[in-house]
Design a binder for this molecule. Structure first.
Ligand SMILES: Cc1ncc(COP(=O)(O)O)c(C=O)c1O
Length: 393
């Protein structure tokens, strides 16, 4: 049967589906009727091949403990090879119920309470959450917004922070949420060489690896043999195929000792097998989802271009950071002259929009808003019109 879920213009009512994005505004302190473009899931139906695989499995009616067999790994292997030119080995794989969970396990496995863990703010806020909640300290090698409207890495500061704060663990976000960078080979190599030199373990969160628009995504561990030895690469079909609530991610740890330590933390946390639906969905996604993925990616790319044109033409004082990857667009409102509080008020109560306020990604995100453009174009257009009105108020 052919792929059926290719109409990305279709507005699908997600209310009343236990959706975090749509059903919890009031409980999270937002007006009931806000239009949500915050949390990173898509308003598109996933591939019909995944839908069908889940329905078929559900009809079996027995949901006992489950594990994967060779076809699961084969599907991942083929995807990583085709899309990222990366040869993964089955013995590297550890499955976890999500990438944030894996980040937390890495903190426990590779650092001690009180240690610093390095991040690059502004960055996906659970990075600092899992560090602080586990009694470690956040150290930021803060990204620098250049004249070219792209974020850059201050490599001197990166190395200085590592030596001064005795860093043993670094969380790389690649592609970077929220600033939309897809790191170049040169950038990744500079980072990697510094980490190798100072024996820093790199957790490379590559959950957005399939959303790259201008250049190829490079898997950190795949760049040099030495990097493979210090890497924990976090992947998942959850962003690519909109499966976040199925709670499955594939973590690759080529170094045996690092893998052993990681596994021990999983055991200590009491986790073993994942839910069968997530496993079924992952296998179907990577083995049958190509057509849907390509069509979705092209739609999202057009939404990004649409947003860029709109911002340039209609949103005075707002700049969109040069966008290379992810479906999360980073808008700089500082040129509007509005204070962070006033900007916030106008977005939520004026525009009736639920975006992610930039400051939750770190102090350097103040004055920015992150907008999720993985939605039908009509919804995106409505949201941008509302922003325009709200800043002209
Ligand atoms: C960089 C990054 N890592 C991890 C996650 C979430 O991963 P999970 O839902 O698998 O915990 C997100 C979701 O937005 C993300 O942007």
């Amino acid at each position: 049967m052919a792929e059926r879920n290719l109409d990305f213009d279709k507005v699908i009512d997600r209310r009343g589906t236990r959706s975090l994005k749509y059903d919890f505004a009031k409980r999270r302190g937002m007006p009931e009727d806000v239009l949500p473009l915050w949390v990173a899931d898509m308003d598109f139906k996933t591939s019909s091949y995944i839908e069908d695989a889940l329905i078929e499995r559900a009809k079996h009616g027995i949901f006992g403990y489950s594990e994967v067999q060779t076809p699961y790994f084969e599907a991942i292997r083929a995807w990583m090879k085709k899309h990222h030119d990366w040869e993964v080995q089955e013995k590297w794989l550890v499955k976890t119920p999500g990438v944030v969970f894996a980040l937390a396990m890495a903190v426990k496995a590779y650092t001690k309470p009180g240690d610093g863990v390095l991040i690059q703010s502004p960055v996906y806020y659970p990075f600092s959450g899992v560090i602080e909640d586990n009694g470690r300290k956040v150290v930021s090698n803060t990204l620098v917004l250049g004249e070219d409207n792209r974020y850059h890495i201050d490599f001197d500061d990166f190395e200085k922070k590592i030596t001064e704060k005795k860093i043993k663990l670094f969380f790389l976000c690649s592609p970077h949420n929220p600033v939309g960078r897809v790191w170049t080979r040169e950038e990744l190599t500079k980072l990697g060489d510094i980490c190798v030199k100072h024996h820093v373990i790199v957790v490379s969160d590559e959950i957005h690896q399939d959303f790259v628009f201008q250049r190829k995504h490079l898997v950190f561990a795949n760049l040099k043999k030495e990097y493979e030895d210090i890497s924990i690469v976090c992947t998942s079909p959850s962003k690519t195929f909109n499966l976040a609530s199925l709670m499955m991610s594939n973590i690759f740890i080529p170094n045996r000792d690092l893998k052993h330590k990681f596994r021990k933390e999983l055991d200590a946390a009491g986790t073993s097998q994942l839910g069968v639906m997530g496993l079924v969905a992952c296998e179907a996604a990577y083995s049958k989802g190509e057509e849907w993925y390509q069509a979705m990616l092209s739609y999202v790319a057009d939404n990004i271009a649409f947003t860029k044109r709109y911002v340039e033409k209609n949103l005075q004082g707002v700049r969109m950071a040069e966008h290379e990857g992810t479906y999360l667009v980073w808008l700089d409102f500082r040129g509007t002259g509005l204070s962070t509080e006033e900007l916030e008020r106008r977005m939520v109560y004026g525009a009736k929009l639920w975006l992610d306020s930039g400051k939750i990604f770190g102090e350097s995100g103040s004055g920015f808003q992150r907008i999720n453009v993985a939605c039908p174009r009509s919804v995106l257009s409505e949201a941008l019109d509302r922003i325009k009105k709200a800043i002209q108020e």
